[in-house]
Structures are given as C-alpha cells and as structure tokens.
Design a protein around this ligand. Structure first.
Ligand SMILES: Cc1cn([C@H]2C[C@H](O)[C@@H](COP(=O)(O)OP(=O)(O)OP(=O)(O)O)O2)c(=O)[nH]c1=O
Length: 194
C-alpha cells in the first residue's frame, strides 16, 4: 500500500497522531459532514452514522481506502457534543462531576464499494469538580473543540479518576478496532499475515 492509497477524513490533529501510531502511511483529507442527531436516533446509531458519512464522503473522487471517525459523550441518555459556549460547558461539567459518563467513538473504513464500522464505548469516571476549577478550565481553551468539553490527554485528565475501556477511543480513534477494520481492506498493521 503506497502513501496515496490510505486517507484519513478528519480535521482532528488528535486522530492524525493516533493513526500515525499504527505506523502506516496515510494522507489527511477534509470532511464537511453536518453533525445533527436525527429525531429518535440513538447516540450509538448517530455516532456510527457520522463516522460512515465522513468515510464515504472522503472516498468520493478517490481510489483507495478512507477512514472516518466520530466521538461523542453520553450522560443519562443525552448526547454531549462540543460545547456551544462557556455556559454549555459548565452545564455539562456540573452534570458530569463526581460520576461516570460514556464516551462513544465510531470508526468506519470504506473502499467505495463497502463500508465497515465499529463503535467503542468507554466509561469515564470524573472526580468532583469545583466551580473555580471549572471556570479556570474554560480559560485554557482546551475544552472548546472537544466532545464532552474536556480532553483526557490534556489538563482535563486531572478530572478523570479512571476509565473502563479504551484511552485511545476517548482521545478520538480506537486503535484495536481501526487496525481490525484496515485488515479487512488488506492493510496490515505490524505486517501480520493472520
Ligand atoms: C472526550 C474527548 C474528546 N476529544 C476530541 C476527539 C474529537 O477530535 C473531538 C470530538 O469531535 P468529533 O466531531 O468526533 O471530531 P472533530 O470535529 O474533532 O474531527 P473530524 O470530524 O474532522 O474527524 O473531541 C479529545 O481530544 N479528548 C477527549 O478526552
């Protein structure tokens, strides 16, 4: 597989870094999918649809294999997306404080003929957060473009007592499932022949 055959349809620098960990050459392409949950659509179906739409938009006009991905939080059945503003972030953090929420990350891979996808669920346990640290966290600029308004890989990691699931999935790309899907399309991580 040459460099021009594998594409990552993502604007996220986190996803780029995570995919690079697998050691396979790839090119980044943009995606302009509108993210809006349909009426009655479950969080699980929504995140998987977005990952598939990103991959399928990315393969248009290209030949090769395209990866798309999406991450969102879920608390009491309600989807936690990127915060609209400080008030929205504060509302999320107050609800997340001292308890667990779920992070769902979907990854989809397509070659333009078929699309395969997986959804990975990780439970994230937050310690209690004080009003002053929440107010400070907003000023760092870190939460603004993150689902659930925090980054486990940044100072937001100081809110996380523990997780049950995949750290990489919380950051934006589950590596086990990504490697598994790539192998379906003949792209082998670690050059394994299995
Ligand atoms: C919970 C959490 C999310 N995130 C990020 C991962 C995603 O980049 C982002 C969720 O937004 P997404 O809409 O999944 O992705 P994106 O808009 O950043 O990139 P693209 O659609 O182009 O692929 O939140 C973290 O970096 N750390 C975390 O701990």
């Amino acid at each position: 597989m040459t460099k021009s055959n594998l594409f990552l349809a993502s604007a996220s620098p986190r996803r780029r870094e995570l995919l690079a960990l697998l050691g396979i050459p790839f090119e980044v392409v943009s995606n302009d999918i509108v993210e809006r949950q349909a009426k009655g659509e479950s969080a699980y179906a929504y995140v998987e649809r977005l990952a598939r739409e990103k991959a399928e938009a990315g393969i248009q006009g290209r030949s090769g294999v395209v990866i798309g991905s999406d991450t969102l939080g879920v608390l009491d059945g309600v989807v936690l997306e990127k915060p609209r503003d400080k008030e929205d972030a504060l509302r999320m953090w107050r609800a997340m404080s001292g308890r667990s929420h779920e992070i769902l990350t979907a990854v989809a891979v397509t070659d333009g003929t078929s699309t395969e996808s997986r959804v990975v669920l990780t439970e994230v346990f937050f310690r209690r957060l004080s009003e002053s640290e929440m107010a400070y966290y907003w000023t760092t600029g870190e939460p603004q473009d993150k689902a659930g308004a925090y980054a486990i890989q940044g100072v937001g990691g100081a809110f996380v007592e523990r997780i049950n699931g995949s750290y990489h999935a919380v950051v934006g790309l589950p590596l086990v499932e990504t490697a598994e899907l790539l192998s379906i399309y003949g792209i082998r991580v670690l050059n394994s022949d299995e």
